[in-house]
Design a protein around this ligand. Structure first.
Ligand SMILES: O=C(O)C1=C[C@@H](OP(=O)(O)O)[C@@H](O)[C@H](O)C1
Ligand SMILES: C=C(OP(=O)(O)O)C(=O)O
Length: 409
């Protein structure tokens, strides 16, 4: 049995940083993820005038319920969509002139439905270049609140940002959602808001957030379930047994449900209060699976799929086209480079079994493409990457940890 120490969740760390910054008092984040995305988030907060102290194993944030201390700031959100969508929303609740920009990759990714919602709430926000994209400017003067209708069919992060804004408004927010992807991420948001003293409620498509503000707390960050998927997939592929402690029945992250997919394919899976274990059985069946709720693990499954005993068809993943890259196309392109038969449609990919041949993987600067095809590399000699370092976004030590995992076989 191999025990893997998976770094903290990116999604939980980003939310915890937002909530801590907005709370009354000092919050301690225990075992936050330390990676480009979360360091970028923390540095964005610092640029806005928040006090963030990053110590080993714990980050401390001095909350400012009134909003940023800075009256002007120029914030660079790097590649992080949580940063690029959550931070401007936090700043909108304060007072000052703030400019936000992001990497070329993140500039290409949309946030129009979020900025339109903020404008509908009276926020003075303008896009400096392309409509619905970074860079943007906000002349913030607080948010009164009210009712909104939101299409979160492209990204649940729009809804998460607005939900987290709710307690900071004068009158609270009621949000009616017309479409929603990645729904389990919204459940993470609601649970974490409650941990910081807010009282959001949900009735079907209607979310109500009273203007309670937030209270500081000590918050332990659970391991990242999307990151864990590479090691669970590796176990299923190689017949090994992998345990990830700290990611079990009490986990907030929906991506842990990836192990159910591995279970359907034939792996042995045990989820307990203490953690999750996957054991490969030598069986890896083909299947059809809807990954709308857990689409960050779509590339993990795509990279494992050639080894199944029948076709693997992944459905309802259109929004993977607006992630770090067009992930449906990137997966198809790389599988074809490996000699694997693949077909794709607007929101699906189907992969037929074949033996992969050596190839260089085109990463498109996407950490998940690297970590997913590293799993393929466990059974395929000669897999290389044009930009292996892009794993820094969520798991800077990935190559070392994966190499160590390999070596202990
Ligand atoms: O809220 C979050 O922390 C996230 C939500 C998901 O995005 P979408 O809602 O855009 O699918 C996920 O893919 C992303 O990695 C993190
Ligand atoms: C889509 C991802 O990141 P984000 O949207 O937070 O940039 C991801 O980590 O797979």
């Amino acid at each position: 049995m191999t025990v893997i120490d998976i770094p903290g969740s990116k999604s939980v760390t980003a939310r915890a940083l937002f909530l801590a910054a907005a709370a009354e008092g000092t919050t301690t984040l225990v075992r936050p993820l330390v990676s480009d995305d979360t360091e970028g988030f923390a540095e964005g907060l610092t640029a806005l005038g928040y006090e963030v102290e990053r110590g080993p194993g714990a980050w401390r944030v001095q909350g400012r319920p009134a909003g940023p201390a800075a009256s002007t700031a120029d914030v660079h959100c790097r590649d992080g969509a949580t940063t690029a969508r959550f931070l401007p929303t936090l700043a909108a609740a304060g007072h000052g002139d703030f400019r936000f920009d992001a990497s070329a990759q993140m500039r290409r990714r949309p946030l129009g439905p979020l900025t339109a919602a903020l404008r509908a709430l009276g926020v003075d926000l303008r896009h400096e270049e392309a409509k619905g994209h970074h860079p943007l400017r906000i002349a913030a003067s607080g948010v009164k609140g009210g009712r909104l209708t939101l299409d979160a069919g492209q990204s649940s992060q729009y809804l998460t940002a607005l939900l987290m804004l709710g307690p900071l408004t004068a009158e609270g927010l009621t949000i009616t959602v017309t479409d929603l992807v990645s729904e389990p991420y919204v459940e993470i948001t609601l649970a974490m808001m409650r941990s910081f003293g807010a009282q959001p409620t949900r009735e079907n498509d209607v979310f109500t957030v009273p203007p309670t503000g937030y209270r500081a707390t000590t918050y332990a960050i659970e391991p990242d379930a999307s990151t864990a998927s590479y090691f669970f997939a590796a176990a299923a592929l190689t017949g090994r047994e992998v345990t990830v402690p700290g990611l079990g029945t009490g986990a907030l992250q929906g991506d842990l449900a990836f192990v159910d997919v591995l279970g359907r394919m034939g792996a042995d899976v045990a989820v307990t209060a203490a953690g999750t274990t996957v054991r490969g059985t030598g069986r890896l069946h083909g299947l059809t699976v809807n990954m709308r709720d857990i689409s960050d693990t779509m590339p993990t499954l795509a990279a494992l799929a050639p080894f199944a005993d029948g076709p693997v068809r992944i459905e309802d993943v259109a929004n993977t086209r607006v992630k770090e890259c067009d992930r449906l196309e990137a997966c198809a392109q790389n599988l074809r480079r490996l000699g694997i038969p693949v077909t794709t449609g607007h929101d699906w990919i189907e992969i037929r079994p074949a033996t992969p041949r050596p190839a260089e993987i085109a990463t498109h600067g996407d950490h998940r493409i690297v970590m997913s095809f590293a799993v393929t590399g466990l059974r395929t000699p000669g897999i290389g990457f044009d930009d292996p370092g892009c794993v820094r976004k969520t798991f800077p030590a990935f190559h070392q940890v994966f190499q160590d995992f390999r070596a202990t076989a």
